[in-house]
Ligand binder design. Structure first.
Ligand code: SAH
Length: 344
């Protein structure tokens, strides 16, 4: 008989699975797997040996396993390649920022959005990650940090995959993560990054979860955006910008627009002018990111001069822009690079 995986269940779900035990057992087990780093029933030392053996016969606790890890030269970024129980591998990144420990998780195994600059999409989509697997990425890193007496402070959902395509699992996982029997992570400490799946942005508004929304824009015209992001043919700029504006208005949360600077492609003053026009009046930030060149793609970094000019243009034309601090260059930092290398 196949064992039932308890990891990733909510407290009511755990109570239902363990309904032949006193109710407090579910809470106790939740604390062990979500807060106290247990990855087996054997580790649960306040349960009797008999009960541990009984549980282990029927249930499992499936956490991802570490395949390999890379640490940046400045030691601030650690990239983990984690293996799920079916062998699928995903990337999870820990970034030690001035404001705390930030973790970036994947939501899918591969991706089929087809963005031209991205390594994650090179081999297409294998499947969505489950609630258990996404939470597993987070608890894995939490357990890693616990060994240093540290914890996770913020979560960005910006790794491999399109989070809003895996909407139901993602929302369930975030609600679980918010629970006091797991990390109790505030929604305000969570950022979801999307390439602009418009209907799901409206569903997210309905969830009434004050997470930060980050929209990957990357181009100020439909022509250019469609050339580098195929999703733009389904949801064009005006729809994406309207959804972003509505998200800001309904949630009161400032939306971030990500804009990768691709040398010679979207980094001229004319592009900056167009961008400032389409964002005029929005409660928004622009996060400029110099492209992380991926060997299979032929985009190049913008010059420092072009980057500064672009940044300056936006900030002097009513748009609040920042340049993303690059972390982890030299450790296959672009989304999906480590995984892609491991697949070869
Ligand atoms: N699918 C979601 C989340 C994953 S991508 C999204 O599109 O937002 C997370 C961010 O990394 C996106 O802004 C994406 O455009 C960016 N990104 C992808 N490849 C990159 C590269 N080679 N260099 C810099 N940023 C990249």
């Amino acid at each position: 008989m196949e064992k039932i995986n308890l990891f990733g269940l909510t407290l009511p779900e755990l109570e239902a699975e363990l309904s032949n035990l006193p109710k407090f057992r579910a809470k106790q087990i939740a604390a062990w797997i979500y807060q106290r780093g247990a990855n087996s029933f054997d580790a649960m030392t306040d349960l009797s040996k008999d009960l541990r053996a009984e549980l282990a016969e029927k249930f499992s606790i499936e956490l991802p396993h570490l395949v390999t890890q890379q640490i940046s030269d400045d030691k601030l970024t650690t990239k983990f390649l984690l293996k799920m129980s079916d062998g699928a591998a995903v990337e999870t990144v820990l970034m030690r920022q001035d404001y705390g420990n930030s973790i970036c998780i994947s939501t899918q195994v591969g991706c089929n959005m087809g963005c031209k600059f991205c390594a994650s999409t090179l081999k297409g989509l294998e499947r969505n990650l489950s609630v258990s697997e996404m939470l597993g990425e987070i608890i894995f890193v939490q357990n890693f940090l616990a060994a240093e007496n540290q914890k996770i402070d913020t979560l960005v959902i910006m790794g491999t995959g399109e989070p809003l395509i895996n909407f139901d699992n993602l929302i369930k996982m975030l609600r679980l993560l918010h629970g006091s029997y797991t990390l109790g992570l505030s929604y305000r400490k969570i950022t979801i990054s999307t390439c602009g799946i418009v209907p799901e942005i409206y569903r997210l508004i309905e969830e009434d979860m004050p997470v930060t929304l980050s929209i990957s824009l990357h181009a100020p015209t439909d022509n250019l955006r469609s050339a580098i992001m195929p999703i733009n043919s389904a949801f064009g700029l005006s729809k994406v910008l309207k959804a972003g504006d509505d998200y800001g208005k309904k949630t009161g949360r400032r939306v971030t627009y990500e804009y990768i600077l691709l040398g010679g492609v979207n980094d001229t003053e004319e592009h900056a002018r167009q961008l400032s026009k389409i964002l005029a009046g929005q409660l928004a930030n622009v996060n400029l990111i110099p492209v992380n060149p991926v060997s299979e793609r032929d985009f190049i970094r913008p010059t420092n001069k072009a980057m500064k000019k672009f940044f300056h243009f936006l900030n002097t034309h009513g748009i609040n822009a920042t340049i993303r601090r690059e972390m982890g260059a030299g450790i296959d930092a672009a989304c999906g690079q480590l995984r892609a290398k491991n697949l070869d």
